[in-house]
Design a binder for this molecule. Structure first.
Ligand code: FAD
Ligand code: MLT
Ligand code: ZN
Length: 479
């Protein structure tokens, strides 16, 4: 299973021809069709996955998407839905020459229900723009992630994005109240809904959340928003062992309770990667880019009142344990708050500066996070620079391995895969905590799910997309 290698092409699928283009020209305006200079659509955020599409369609309405899919389905033309193209598993770019269906023109926010804090939006709205709009109501989306300036709401729903505030709000799934989806045959499924509670039969919208473009195109959403926190406090702690991070996490849970908004960690390799590769990053601990036994943890505490009490009480509890905190910084203003968060959010980008990144995004028992990171580092010590970090509050570890030698990318991949996935399969956890399967992990699904479960998934796929035109080669093995 080499994710960098090509899978066999589906022989039933066609490539676009002159008459196909003529059809699209008959239903779309000139600005909704791109046939040249497609490189940015054909390559993913990591420059790891490359497609060879000859056509990008950027329709500005659900109706047009419906017409496009109906035509593609009848004519066996495969399609890749693409939103912000920040996906990290090769799901958002074509494998061969599939048509790219970009959602970027579907970017209108439709309305906001002020009594119930529900926003109705088209799916191509950039997350940061949605939050800007929501700030007039003193609310925000119930999730946040480093890609906020580029990723779209529809892409977030299609991948069931996690991000840093899952500790506070829980998974996105619970906030998506309704969806409009266009199926592979062009049928528009109106699953829009503004009620928080709706127990009328099978909750069909759930099947599209996290389906990574394999079952339908998400065109609109009703999203339950959350009130903005009044006080956001951020502590950045340096400590001397991973064991200490586990202890800090436990104290945070019991002392901060519901005010704990986020808790994230990184090892000194990750910290160094950011300091060395991101010019604007400030080395708040004066680490001088040394790699040592230090670990770092960010804790965001949201309070509506008694700010000083909560933060001080927590800090006092930490101080009572000898050797738990080596150094601690508390953000003094919004600017510092953003600067400190950036150190964590830019780990992924920093690793990309070192070399092609092999990213592992796994769920596992928090106690094992540092061990598996060290184990992988050792396994590819000559070929890669390995960092460990992630959402410790959700039991979600990220391991990034940047390849140090361009000619040895395949060798590096072979050294770490399927080792890491088999390790997880034995110990329990998930091979994809938040980024999804995409092209990268479709063929490893059997390590995670029993054959009868995969069969059931394939049957569902065939109901929604019998010609397998939606995002082929991704998510499910052999499709
Ligand atoms: P794309 O990358 O364009 O697409 C992702 C997948 O969804 C593809 O398979 C695509 O075909 C499908 N898709 C896109 N739009 C639709 C649609 N409207 N209907 C149906 N299918 C669709 N992820 C996290 O979970 N947590 C994080 O903390 C996080 N941080 C990130 C930080 C950075 C810097 C980057 C680059 C990525 C990060 N990601 C994170 C991964 C990525 O941002 C998320 O997966 C995001 O939700 C993808 O959104 P997008 O709009 O870019 O979708
Ligand atoms: C993160 O938490 O930073 C992301 O999921 C993305 C990444 O690891 O690059
Ligand atoms: Zn993440």
């Amino acid at each position: 299973f080499f994710s960098l290698a090509k899978k066999p092409r589906n022989p039933n699928h066609r490539s676009i021809q002159k008459q196909d283009l003529e059809y699209f020209q008959s239903i779309l305006s000139e600005s909704e069709i791109i046939t040249s200079d497609l490189s940015k659509y054909n390559v993913d955020w990591m420059s790891k996955y490359h497609g060879d599409s000859k056509l990008v369609l950027l329709p500005n309405s659900t109706q047009k998407i419906s017409q496009i899919l109906s035509y593609c389905n009848t004519n066996m033309l495969p399609v890749v839905p693409q939103s912000g193209n920040t996906g990290l598993v090769g799901g958002s770019v074509p494998h061969y020459d599939e048509i790219i269906l970009s959602l970027q023109r579907l970017n209108k926010i439709i309305d906001y229900d002020t009594n119930n804090d529900i926003v109705t939006t088209e799916s191509g709205v950039i997350l940061e723009n949605l939050n800007q709009y929501l700030s007039q109501f003193n609310t925000e989306a119930p999730y946040d992630l480093g890609a906020k300036g580029s990723c779209f709401v529809g892409g977030n729903i299609a991948t069931h994005a996690g991000g840093k505030y899952l500790v506070k709000h829980g998974p996105l799934r619970g906030y998506v109240l309704g969806l409009e989806v266009v199926l592979a045959n062009g049928q528009i499924m109106n699953l829009l809904n503004k009620s928080r509670k709706d127990n009328t039969g099978i909750d069909l919208k759930q099947i599209f959340i996290g389906s990574e473009g394999s079952l339908g195109i998400i065109t609109k959403a009703n999203l339950l928003c959350v009130k903005k926190a009044i006080e956001k406090n951020l502590l950045f702690i340096k400590t001397s062992s991973f064991q200490n991070i586990l202890q800090i996490h436990n104290i945070a849970k019991s002392e901060i309770g519901k005010n704990l908004a986020a808790i994230e960690w990184m090892d000194s390799y990750a910290y160094k990667a950011v300091m060395e590769n991101i010019k604007t990053a400030k080395d708040v601990f004066d680490s001088q880019n040394k790699i040592d036994q230090s670990y770092y943890v960010l804790i965001e505490i949201n309070t509506n009142f008694n700010k000083d009490l909560v933060v001080e009480q927590f800090y006092n509890s930490l101080s009572q344990v000898e050797g738990l905190v080596s150094e601690c910084v508390l953000a003094q203003n919004d600017h510092q708050f953003d600067e400190l968060w950036k150190i964590r959010e830019l780990v992924g980008s920093a690793c990309g500066h070192i070399g092609k990144v092999f990213k592992y995004d796994i769920s596992l028992n928090t106690a094992q996070m540092d061990d598996i990171t060290k184990d992988l580092r050792q396994k590819c010590i000559d070929l890669g620079f390995t960092v460990g970090y992630g959402h410790i509050g959700d039991g979600n570890l990220h391991i990034n391995i940047s390849c140090l030698d361009k000619t040895k990318e395949q060798q590096l991949e072979n050294q770490i895969e399927p080792y890491i996935f088999e390790w997880l399969s034995k110990k329990g956890g998930s091979i994809s905590a938040e980024h999804g399967l995409g092209l990268m992990k479709a063929d490893y699904l059997h390590l995670q799910k029993k054959p009868e479960v995969i069969d059931c998934m394939k049957n569902i796929k065939k109901i929604f997309d019998p010609n397998l035109i939606l995002n082929p080669y991704k998510i499910l093995p052999g499709i």
